[in-house]
Structures are given as C-alpha cells and as structure tokens.
Design a protein around this ligand. Sequence first.
Ligand code: GLA
Length: 667
Amino acid sequence: MGEAPLWRYWGPRLPDGVTPGAALRDTRPEPSFALHFDQPLSIFPGVGLGWFGQSALLAHRGGGDWAQAITDCRVEPVGTDTLRFHLTDAAAQVAAIITARLDPATDTLTLSTTLTNSGDGIVDVSWLAAGNVPLPPDADAVRSWAGRHNSEFVAVDDTLTRSTWRRENRRGLTSHDCFPGAVVTCADGTAYGVQLAWSGNHLQQIEWIDDGTRQWQMGEWLAPGEVRLNPGEAITTPDMLATVSAEGANGVAWAFHRAIRARMTWPGDAMRPRPVHLNTWEGFYFDHDLSALKELADAAATVGIERFVLDDGWFGGKAKGRDDDTSSLGDWAVDFRKYPDGLAPLADHVVGLGMEFGLWVEPEMINPDSDLYRAHPDWALHIDGRPLLGARNQLVLDMGRADVRDYLFTAIAGHLDSLPISYLKWDHNRDLTHAGRTPQFRAQVLGAYALMARLRSAYPAVEIEACAGGGGRIDAGIIAHTHRFWTSDCIDAISRVSIQRGFLQFMPPEVMGSHVGACPAHSTGRMQSMPFRAGVALPGHFGVELDLRQLNAIETADLTATIARYKTLRDRLHGTRVWQGEAGDSVVWQAHGDSAALLLLVTRIAPTTQRHLPHLRLPMVDPTRSYRFAREGAAPIELDGAWAARVGLPLPPMRGEEVLIVEVTAL
Ligand code: GLA
C-alpha cells in the first residue's frame, strides 16, 4: 500500500459483518478546483502533498524534507486487539509506527506514534500527533476544562464550527488551567472523549475538513528545538486515549474509568479498600509540634481514620528548617528542632494506633535558600544570562540529570528504609520555566516518571499520591505510577461539587482525593455544615484535613458517623460504574453501581427557587424492572424503572446545601 490507511469510521460499534461498501474515493466525485489525487483524512495526514489540513507531523531536515506523505504501509496485527501500522516516507526519509489498541474490556482506543529518522542529518520535529480520530458531521459541541490553582475543572463549552478549535498547555506540567482531554457531543447524543496520558505540555485541536467531518488530533506540545532526531533516533509520543459512546458523556466516563483502572498498578496487584486519610496540612500547616501531632493522631484513630499523612514542614537542612515556604526544599533531612528524635516517635505512635503513616515530599523542587542549592546551584533549571523566575520561592530541579534523580532517590529511600512509611504524597508546586538551554520539558516528565518507577520498584508496598498545588498534575500518564490525586487545594464543599464532577469525567472515584475541611473553608472563607462537607467528600477517596481537636461534640459525632458509613459503602462507591447528571433547580446527582443496585447521591448546592421540586430522572435503570428507593429517616418508595427513567424520582425538600444518599435496588 503506497499511503497511510484512510479513516473510514470511528463511532459506536456497528453490528458484526457490516462492511464499508464502496472504496471511499469511489464515493467522492472530483470537485472543481481540486487536485486530481483525492486525499481524504488518513491516520497520519501529511503536509505539502495534497492534504491541506493539519498534519500529524511537522518536521524538517535542515530546512528540507518538510513535505511528507507516506509511501509505504505495512499492517502488523499484535494479539487480538492491536494493530501496528508501519508507515514509511521514502522521500523524506522518516518512518512512523502507529500503534492502535482497541480494548474491548475498556471500550477505549489507545493510540501512540513512534517517529524514526531513517535518513542522514538531524530531523527537527515541532509537532508529532500521538494520534488522530475522525468526528462525524453532527459533532457540534465540545466541552473542555480550564481553571487555576484552587479552582480546577472549570467546564468550558464551545460550539464546533468551521474554525479550528484548539487548547494547549505550555506550563511544563499537566496544569490546573487546561486538562489534557475533552468531550465532544453530537446531535444524536453520541459522545466522543479523548485524554492524553502525559504530565507535561500538550495540545489538542479539532479541525473541520472538506467533507463536513472533523479530525481531532492530540499530542505533546513541543518547544522549538525540543525534539531533534539524529539519524536512526526515534521518539515515541504519549498515549492518546479515545472513546465513543452512544450513552453520551456518562458512557465516555465509564470507558475512561475502566481504562485508568487498567493503567494502574497496585501494591499486591489489587486495590485495597481506600483507607480514610487524615492530612495535617490545613490543620497545622508548617507548625509541627510533636505532642500536638500525637494528640491529633489519637483523635484521628478515635473517629476511624486509617492513614495519617504528615504534610509539608517536617524537613530541613543544616542551617534552617522548613518553617514557611521560603526555604529547605531539597534538604530532605528531618528537622531535628521540631523532631529531636526524628520522625520515628510520631510514625511509631501512628502505627501503634493502627493507622498507616504517610509523608509529604516535593522531590522535583528546590528553594534557593537550601543547603542543596548552595551546594548545587547548577541542579536547578536555568538558562545562563537569564534571571531566575521564582514561584512560591522555589525553583525546579533538572530531572533530566541522573545525578539529581540519584540524590532524590537516596534522600527519599533513607526515610522509607528507616520509618514505617507506606505512603508518599508527591507534590509539585509551580509551573516550569527555563527548561534548559535547549528545551527539556519532556525530560522533566520522563525524569519524574523514572524516579517514581524506581521508588515503586524498590518499595513496592508504598502508594503514591500525585499532587501539584492540588490538581495541577491529574492525568492518565502519572496514574501509571500513582494511586490517588489530590484533586484541589480548595476543600470548600460547594466549590468541590463542580471540581469533582469534572474530575469524574476522566478519572474513577477511588483515585479522587476528597477531604472534609475546616469551617470556614481556608481557600474561600465560606461556611458549610459538617454533614454537607462530609457528604460531598464521601464518594471519593475520603479524608479529613482539619484539626480534629477543634471540632465540637456534634461535629465529631457527624464526622465519625460519615467515616463509618464510608467504610460500609466504599466497596460500592469504588471500582464500579458512575453516572452523573443534573436534575435542575441547583440539584446535581451521581450514582455508583449497576442497574440492579445503585448508590444515588443527590446534592443540592443552593436553595430551591421552585414551589415544587423537580423529579430526578435516572437514565441507567432497567425499564423492564421495578425499583425500591430507600434513604435514612424516610419510608422507602417503589417505582417502575421506565417511570424513574422517563419521569423521575420525586425529591424530598432539601436544605440549601445538603447531600442525600439513596439506596436504589431492583426488585
Ligand atoms: C500544595 C498541596 C497542599 C499542601 C501544600 C504544602 O499546595 O496541594 O495540599 O501539601 O502544597 O506546601
């Protein structure tokens, strides 16, 4: 075959045996003012030789060989669900391998591309799509997610037109600002989703093409000069995960949840029930006092906490400890002023109470005010002749350097060897600048992955939480090395409702760190009741982040009851299917389970404005069965599934901020 394969169909599964009919070109008479050679969308669109849209590759060899079109294709089946397309451009002397795995267990198509310089001279690459997928002509809306620190997953709805739609991130890590994924919906209710398994720069674009369809490309955003392939050298893109569902955005989420679960590796090869966390950050910040922390641990054990995570503030160097965010990142020794006998007295106390002990680290960072920086200023990313740009008073270590990674491994391993630590919260509190004289954004990502992988392999029982000022590094790449995301530094329960809804479009609930914070919320100053804060946090990987000693008796009792309830429900909240929806009148809902048994969480985020409340329609129930709907403190009601799906469940009056938990059981 002398060209790259053409895309014919990407959509909901067609019945077995359906064929595409005539060859595509035979269905497309030559239009006026057109090349005689018809070039429809291929899986590797070229440039300069008859394809006029966005190409999968932008590259040149010393200013030449920029025009690219595939001259040969070999298709290699791998197992039952993967095809490897070996594409060659004999003229430009580059070769691409596109790996396409259509996994029936997750309904996800995973695409990646390896580009090899098969000629002489360096090939400069400025764009290499991980993959592209076609969208049908009735794809008319795209939802993506923007945001900032303390406000992740802000949904942005755009209409698809003939103009190219494009989102890109150049912050060097996944970013709070632009989640690497989106969902496209069609007039007929079909939804398409993509996400990139990468914790760095990224780019996606949706482009209208001449037959009224569109192509959706996704890949890593490359800085000028970032990828220069020597003869024989190759680069492989991150994976692009794509899915499509006739069940809309909820079907896309279901595919992605299964795909993320399949990418994860757990200690012992299976997820344990997600333990209830206590995180010390918002309760204590940098103010570590051993006896107060022991009291906190006692209180934590009493309310049912199972894992105690000591956050920022425990470490320091010879001259100085970490009393605020101006110093000590990089100096990973215990601060003996705060912990005269090291961390063992606290860790042993926590473990003695039956809880796991976890520790916060921020390995990729360095404060200029640190012993490490004084010894190795060259280890921080910098460009000679350019001023350093601080953020939170810190700089970024050059993770491309093996000596930096070795130093960090040894520093962290020292604590893992000497203390009963089973959990690391791994932070990353700034965007990247100065990524080398020649840009090394991808080296940063690969260096961080390598360090995580090395620690995981040396300490296989340790779980890792991915955090970057909250949700700045939430993606399908880092989840292969980690077990939880810190979803946001904003623990305000009202803010969390929309943040968590965006998160759950791409990631399953068991990796969604969701904490009960203090009242008023530190990030917003808003006040919410304990039952509401606890109810909003309940469906994720539940935790508490406040000074338990300051709760009154009623709050403590409410929190204790929610923790006990979480423990009875977590097997049904996690690892199962999730649906989300809106009932109107400030009511949103999510349901976990299957059509035989569901846990339905109904959340009101503002007081009603209606005399009579809307009914809540449940699209997932089986229309041929009847259901019982039961909640605490009320008599159960029974409804036919078809009625619950079409007309809906009547809702009781709810307070302005309230979460109801309804057990839905098929009869
Ligand atoms: C980031 C994290 C917080 C906390 C602080 C510590 O902001 O998101 O949870 O760990 O760093 O400095």
